[in-house]
Ligand binder design. Structure first.
Ligand code: FES
Length: 131
């Protein structure tokens, strides 16, 4: 089996191509403590699994990725969700359940936790690039 074939098999197992959203959570030590980051990541995995949004093929299925830095480096844990492109601050464990229920399940952004927006893709009729 070639490397590309192995990757294609892995991508199929991970259901890459079926997800509606991708959530990145920064647990890097420049924006939160290691304990805060680990707790938030564990809670995110648990809540997504509980809501059947992890490794499922529901319309709201989410791919999740923990990262070491999103270049903000303060007010973390920082979380960004695509395609909406909402950047959330202070996403500690206690905020994760509300985030999943309101932002992901209901599609209602939590404005008071969002500090930046960068909806993708740029260039669509709903989201034209700035000139
Ligand atoms: S360490 Fe979290 S954004 Fe840089």
């Amino acid at each position: 089996m070639t490397d590309m074939t192995k990757l294609a098999v892995l991508a199929e197992e991970l259901k890459i191509g079926e997800y509606s959203r991708h959530i990145f959570l920064c647990i890097g030590d420049n924006c939160c403590s290691a304990q805060q980051g680990r707790a938030a990541w564990t809670k995110l995995k648990t809540v997504l699994k509980d809501r059947k949004l992890s490794l499922s093929s529901s319309p709201d299925a989410c791919f999740r990725t923990k990262v070491d830095c999103l270049r903000v480096c303060q007010g973390g844990p920082i979380l960004v969700v695509y395609p909406e492109g909402y950047w959330y601050a202070s996403m500690t464990e206690d905020r994760i359940e509300r985030f999943v229920d309101e932002q992901i399940v209901q599609g209602r952004p939590i404005d008071e936790w969002i500090f930046a927006r960068n909806q993708l893709p740029k260039g669509s009729a709903e989201n034209p690039p700035k000139t």
